[in-house]
Design a protein around this ligand. Structure first.
Ligand SMILES: [Zn+2]
Length: 371
């Protein structure tokens, strides 16, 4: 159950009704601390015991009972991530959200430490949280953030379950989440007081490949397919110029085109909406190009495909004889190199151009393409 939908009442009411001891087991430390504080603030006699367990090693299977995905007070943005994105986060925070209460999510622990340090040196009051910290540090971090002594928390996704802080004004993902379910759960911590709150993703297509080894290590079957589609739907949300609010609503079956965004996402407010153009012939030529290239060079990366289809004379193309394939240079007049890259990325996430998923023990996570 998501926060705010009644978990506490399930055990608090029986505990109040019966003159006996109630034992409640919490999966996450942050959740335990939050609940203890809330129970005590209600005058309940509540003590707790913590085990120092690495939460990251615990796979918590959460069956989410969803609330409607459309929350009008949330504003959605996706920002193209340049370099490591840290400078952009610093300037965004300083310019738009000074002295406000926020969460920044990172995929990796080292990023939480790194970004918190980066912001502290820029004068922003920040703390970090990840599953590998000891219990005392976690407790202190959560407390200082909840009390407002630190305005920003930089956290891996281990942080957040059960944290009920209503005035979070800004949730930013330093990297794209693995699917829309995770994203909705994580940005769901923003704006619970019903005042405006902003949800940002710093996005770079190449970071999608970080998630591929985990997916390819799953046994072949439905779960693998669902995970890959989930990842691709997350990428679609970031790159397709369709209202973000409508995309989320339609993914969760809460309506789609009927949702009124009222310019509360960056796509609608920029007026940069998608107008359908038929690119079928280009898609067919690109598939043929992959086929021709693979006869000369089995390892076709997206980059090599762009160079070849765009007619590049670079060494990467010429040294492999790829200037001899029929489709060499066919995309030159229609696309810029950047536009062609984006088009091929769309073909990948729509399962038109296929990938050989890299395995977890390969050095490179760059997937090779197949037609
Ligand atoms: Zn919109």
């Amino acid at each position: 159950m998501p926060t705010g939908s009644g978990k506490t009442i399930c055990y608090a009411v029986p505990a109040l009704m019966k003159p006996k001891v109630t034992v409640v087991i919490f999966p996450l430390l942050a959740l335990l601390l939050d609940q203890v504080e809330r129970m005590r603030s209600q005058g309940l006699n509540f003590c707790f015991f913590m085990s120092d367990m690495d939460e990251a090693e615990r796979e918590i299977q959460t069956k989410v009972i969803r609330q409607p995905s459309n929350r009008p007070n949330l504003l959605f943005h996706v920002v193209a991530k340049k370099a490591d994105g840290k400078e952009a986060i610093v300037s965004l925070v300083k310019k738009e959200f000074p002295e406000q209460c926020d969460i920044i999510y990172c995929v990796e622990r080292k990023d939480t430490i790194d970004i918190a340090y980066h912001l502290k040196t820029a004068g922003v009051n920040a703390v970090f949280f990840h599953a590998g910290m000891d219990v005392k540090s976690k407790q202190e971090t959560v407390e200082s953030w909840k009390l407002g002594a630190a305005h920003f928390i930089y956290a891996t996704v281990a942080f957040g379950m059960g944290i009920n802080k209503p005035d979070v004004r800004f949730v930013v993902h330093h990297s794209m989440p693995k699917d829309l379910e995770s994203y909705v759960q994580e940005y769901g911590r923003a704006g619970r007081d019903c005042n405006d709150a902003h949800c940002y993703i710093f996005f770079r297509f190449e970071e999608r490949t970080k998630h591929l080894p985990n997916i390819s290590s799953l046994p072949d079957g439905d779960r693998k397919w669902v995970s890959l589609n989930g990842l691709n739907d997350m990428v679609k949300y970031c790159i397709i110029p369709v209202c973000r609010r409508q995309q989320i609503a339609s993914y969760f079956g809460d309506g789609g085109a009927g949702i009124n965004c009222d310019k509360s996402c960056d796509i609608c407010s920029s007026g940069n909406l998608e107008h359908p153009i038929d690119f079928s012939d280009d898609a067919i030529q690109i598939l043929n190009c992959v086929d021709s290239m693979r006869q000369l060079q089995p390892k076709v990366t997206t980059k090599l495909l762009v160079l070849t289809f765009h007619g590049s004379k670079s060494n990467a193309v010429i040294s492999k004889g790829l200037e001899n394939v029929n489709e060499y240079g066919k995309g030159k007049n229609k696309f810029s190199e950047k536009g062609l890259l984006k088009f091929i990325q769309c073909l990948i996430i729509k399962n038109i151009v296929h990938e050989q998923l890299p395995s977890a023990n390969e050095n490179s996570t760059t997937p090779y393409l197949e037609e």
